[in-house]
Design a protein around this ligand. Structure first.
Ligand code: PMP
Length: 355
């Protein structure tokens, strides 16, 4: 006899992480290439002496720090083991079988997975030809079964970002019992003043009585803690409360909490790094455009090359040049902005590929 597992999981593809290849430059997972700050490493080392104890399951101190930084009461926050886990918690907290979760496609690959696992139904709305969320089509796709909408801003993998008035107009069309989640994993790399700070926007909407907007943030990207797994949701208290209910106890570990607080202490230094990455993003995109590549305007720490059928060939070509990019076969390649010399290696590969 074999164990009976859920039959519907047979068709579920596993999440495919960016590859690490020894000796190659990894520009495949939107990580920050620079290593952790010494102050953060020291805080982790100091906290390591107490890992025989369970972590603070409520992340109390970190929650208070974030509440202070963001200007929201602590009951508006929920910590998670990476924001991807919060995506899962949000679907679990809003959906039962056959409820619908709406998102643009292509967008973050975890959205379909967490939706399927929760037994909910995914509704994918294609991006526009300009690789941007088609908010009109998304609004039109809402049904009485829609419980949640993910809006990834800037969007992974295209880097494109929505403006404040576009998001406001969209939210105005969403019934107020449907949760809109602004996933801001790449927020710190935004330099266009027309792109909102989702938390500030959410605060205004809450004040106006719209209690159906939540924001996801992560310490994995700009704060350089991808390996420690920590992110957070800023949400109306009723939503934050159910997020805490579906939280797997102790899943935000002690070292992650300490590292997040040390990173908040070093925020100025980390934001200087982000500005340098943005400058590199502008340089890389400019060079790619000059080489004849199509590269949508990006507000994240990566560029998107919609190479269509040539994506697999481009991926192989980059691997030959010892650069690992993220290929979505048949669609395009996403390339993380790394340190200047890593970007130079990628640009050399891009130059040697005839577009
Ligand atoms: N949202 C988006 C849009 C992402 O691209 C990612 C990471 N690839 C995440 C959420 C999850 O990040 P983490 O779980 O590391 O916080």
């Amino acid at each position: 006899m074999t164990v009976r597992t859920r039959a519907d999981l047979a068709s579920l593809p596993s999440y495919v992480p960016g590859r690490t290849i020894p000796g190659a430059i990894k520009l495949a997972s939107n990580e920050v290439s620079a290593g952790p700050l010494p102050s953060v490493v020291q805080a982790i080392a100091d906290a390591a002496t107490a890992i025989n104890r369970y972590p603070d399951s409520g992340s109390t101190e970190l929650t208070a720090r974030l509440a202070d930084k963001l200007g929201v009461p602590a009951d508006h926050l929920a910590l998670g083991c990476g924001s991807v886990t919060l995506c899962q918690q949000l679907v679990q907290a809003t959906c039962t079988e056959n409820d619908e979760v709406l998102f643009a496609w292509r967008s973050f690959e975890a959205y379909p997975i967490v939706t399927h696992v929760a037994g909910a139904k995914q509704i994918r709305v294609p991006l526009t030809d300009g690789h941007v969320h088609d908010l009109d089509a998304m609004a039109a796709a809402i049904t009485p079964n829609t419980r949640m909408v993910f809006v990834c801003n800037p969007n992974n993998p295209t880097g494109t970002a929505l403006r404040t008035e576009e998001i406001e107009a969209f939210i105005a069309k969403v019934p107020d019992d449907v949760l809109v989640v602004l996933d801001e994993a790449y927020k710190e790399f935004v330099d266009d003043a027309h792109v909102p700070d989702g938390v500030e926007l959410a605060k205004q909407l809450w004040a106006a009585g719209r209690d159906n907007v939540a924001v996801l943030r992560t310490f994995s990207k700009a704060y350089g803690l991808a390996g420690l797994r920590i992110g957070y949701a800023v949400a109306p208290p009723a939503v934050a409360d159910v997020l805490r209910k579906v939280y797997v106890p102790f899943s935000v570990n002690a070292l992650a909490q300490v590292a997040a607080m040390a990173s908040l202490d070093a925020e100025d230094e980390l934001m200087v790094r982000c500005r340098a990455i943005v400058a590199e993003r502008i340089r890389v995109r400019g060079e790619l455009l000059a080489l004849g590549y199509e590269v949508p305007e990006t507000q994240a720490n990566f560029v998107w090359l919609p190479l269509g059928e040539r994506t697999a060939e481009f991926n192989e070509h980059c691997l030959e040049h010892k650069v690992v990019v993220r290929a979505f076969v048949g669609e395009g390649a996403r390339v993380t902005i790394g340190e200047p010399e890593e970007n130079d290696a990628f640009l050399a590969a891009a130059r040697a590929f005839s577009v």
